[in-house]
Design a protein around this ligand. Sequence first.
Ligand SMILES: [Zn+2]
Ligand SMILES: [Zn+2]
Length: 183
Amino acid sequence: MQFAHDTEVALDGAAALVNTARGGEERLTDPDALATFLDRERYSGTRRGDGAELATVRDLRDRIARLWDTEDVDQVVGIVNRVLSDAHALPQLIRHDGWDWHLHLTPRDAPLVDRIGTEIAMAVADLIRAQDLERLKRCAGEDCDAVFVDLSRNRSRRFCDLGNCANRAHVAAYRARKAGRAD
Ligand SMILES: [Zn+2]
Ligand SMILES: [Zn+2]
């Protein structure tokens, strides 16, 4: 199953958002930190840049994080539908800035949290329809709780790419093998 490019971008964006709170550390500390995150993830459209907007994005992040923490499809569906209805999603075909016809779920001047939320919700809807929710994974690295979306063909990815998790695990496994031989 191949996903549309914009679906994959949105899913990676969802993981990036959840990871701003990984390891119990808040990285969206103030509106400037949010602006940096939005620029890095290339979110366009209007922003207020105030504390109230930041609070709504953090709240959305908590709801989105739950998608990684449940295996229950009904619960995932509930979260997705709730995000879409809270944002008053109203799909409209639109053509702008050199992009051919595509769907917008909210007006371009809708609150930031609604635009981020609907984009993520629609991408997760694609995963649900493809029965591919197990692609939402947490890193298998020791002491790492980062999330990622495994878009590999055979769904074999185990580690995030934020730290050195895969490498550290390989070194640990190598040492364990070596220790085993030494006995
Ligand atoms: Zn557009
Ligand atoms: Zn990791």
